[in-house]
Design a protein around this ligand. Structure first.
Ligand code: FAD
Length: 482
């Protein structure tokens, strides 16, 4: 190990694909010349392999990061427990740094790597780069984790726990020599880009990378924050930040978002909107706490009684849901938005997931898997916690009897039908009154709109009332049998 200025500090980028407010990167820069690396580790990921839409995002985000690092980012593919210690040994690095991740498989892997590096006499720096509060910082007075959101958030906001100020981007970076390090591959060789062309549609809407993330925050603060509290429920409105993929890949930190809001805090008329937006950021924190303390969150019902719930196996219905052909327009609009853009509005996510797990009585894990593959913001904590919340199996879940009615939800939250018409154009000519329930429309109205149910647009695959009853009966049987 040489002096700090001569020695090499490896920073391992993972879910922190940014230079600003990157605590572990800042620490590494104090320890030596930077060797920035990214490892696509599909060996240890087990059943949490990155989904297709996220792979697309990751590819572009890494390209942007490499540009910011002036082409110095080294890419690796394979088992990080083998690659990282070997690279550290071969380069003579004195320090290895990373920001912590919270997926169970990553915790297991990173703990093992840390041990190996330490045994080799290498300094390991790990920091919190992606959460406002570490899961172990927000606990009940008896030391156990919260299972309910509201007290979790109150605890998080207690004095002294307010999120730290963001750290500025490094003014300059001294890189390790640009040698050809062993086993490096090109970004293209990570094979992140899908072969099918469905991804093309989503590209114009998104700008992966740190600059895109910061532009998106600015855009949201100017165009979406005012009215967020109410309008965030309306999928055709601009009042959602679309920051979720940027936060997931760590192209910006929640601290940066939290503090960006302070630029608007002198405007009392925005108090409710800011407060509400912060609450959403806190739901993300809560999901991470749930995942940390329940490593099986993506697979195991948090409420055990659901282990004997009679989920239906219905491949045709599952496929109709995935493809946005259920014949229930608001559900179909959401599923098509997902397929076309890699994103779905939060309210619509709640409606389509309730429809799958309750009206169709299909296991929430099937839905979570589909989301995982299609979302550019697919996130093990948020996705698993949200699916458990909606399907009623979660810790602080919506009560099982709360079954969203996609017709009343559509009428209420898409009152002009703009969102539904955009994604379900074949029924666009229907008047608003029948847009969300075309099966109830009089024949002449359907004819006038050029619709033949079952031909130009599907007839509903289930009756909303009877399927609701079926789900409630199954739930009450579950309670009775205990
Ligand atoms: P905004 O309304 O602008 O919210 C700001 C940020 O707060 C989001 O970017 C997100 O990081 C966080 N946030 C908002 N709502 C939630 C929530 N309910 N739970 C946790 N964090 C939240 N979010 C994901 O990031 N990844 C997922 O894989 C994911 N899967 C979901 C699955 C289902 C069934 C449901 C109902 C919700 C899911 N969510 C997921 C949560 C939420 O829908 C998205 O975070 C939100 O729609 C992203 O859009 P936005 O950034 O415009 O949100």
């Amino acid at each position: 190990m040489g002096s700090a200025s001569n020695s090499i500090a490896i920073h391992w980028f993972r879910q922190d694909l940014r230079l600003s407010d990157n605590p572990a990167l800042s620490s590494a820069l104090k320890s030596g010349r930077l060797l920035p690396i990214y490892i696509l580790d599909e060996v240890n990921a087990e059943d949490a392999q990155i989904g297709d839409a996220s792979r697309w995002w990751l590819h572009h985000s890494l390209m942007e990061l490499n540009r910011s690092l002036k082409g110095n980012l080294r890419f690796y593919r394979g088992d990080a427990t083998r690659i990282l210690p070997k690279l550290a040994a071969e380069t003579g690095a004195g320090t290895v740094s990373w920001n912590r991740c919270y997926e169970p498989w990553r915790i297991k892997r990173d703990t093992a790597i840390k041990e190996m590096l330490k045994e080799d006499g290498i300094t390991v720096i790990t920091e919190n780069g992606s959460l406002l509060w570490e899961p172990w910082e927000i606990l009940k007075s008896d030391g156990s984790p919260y299972r309910v959101f509201t007290p979790f958030y109150s605890q998080g906001r207690l004095n002294g726990r307010l999120p730290r100020e963001p750290i500025a981007a490094p003014a300059s970076i001294s890189f390790a020599p640009a040698d050809k390090y062993p086993e490096t591959v090109d970004l293209a060789e990570l094979n992140l880009l899908p072969r099918s062309n469905w991804t093309l549609k989503r590209e114009p809407d998104w700008h992966p990378g740190e600059a895109g993330a910061q532009a998106q925050v600015r855009y949201f603060l100017e165009n979406g924050l005012n009215g967020y509290k109410i309008r965030r429920n309306f999928p055709a409105a601009e009042n959602r930040s679309r920051l979720s993929p940027h936060l997931h890949f760590g192209e910006l930190s929640p601290h940066q978002v939290w503090h960006a809001l302070s630029f608007k805090e002198h405007m009392p008329e925005l108090d409710d909107d800011i407060g509400n937006f912060k609450t959403e950021l806190a739901w993300r924190e809560f999901s991470y706490s749930l995942l940390f303390f329940n490593p099986g969150l993506s697979n195991v019902n948090l409420q055990q009684k659901f282990d004997s719930f009679p989920w239906r196996s219905d491949a045709a219905a599952l496929e109709a849901w995935q493809e946005g052909r259920t014949g229930i327009p608001f559900v179909d609009a959401g599923m098509r938005e997902l397929w076309q853009s890699g994103y779905m509005h939060n309210r619509v996510r709640m409606i389509v997931s309730s429809f799958l797990s309750k009206n169709l009585m299909i296991d929430w894990r099937e839905g979570a898997r589909w989301f995982w593959d299609c979302l550019v913001d697919a996130d093990l904590a948020n996705n698993s916690a949200s699916w458990q919340w909606v399907s009623g199996t979660g810790a602080d879940a919506a009560p099982y009897f709360r079954i969203f009615n996609p017709v009343t939800q559509g009428t209420r939250f898409d009152p002009n039908g703009d969102y539904t018409r955009k994604y379900v154009p074949e029924i666009a000519a229907l008047p608003n009154k029948w847009l969300f329930n075309p099966w109830e429309a009089p024949t002449d109205i359907l004819e006038g709109a050029g619709i033949v149910l079952g031909q130009t647009y599907p007839a509903p695959i289930v009756d909303l009332k009877t399927s609701r009853r079926r789900a409630l009966d199954a739930f009450s049987d579950l309670n009775d049998s205990r």
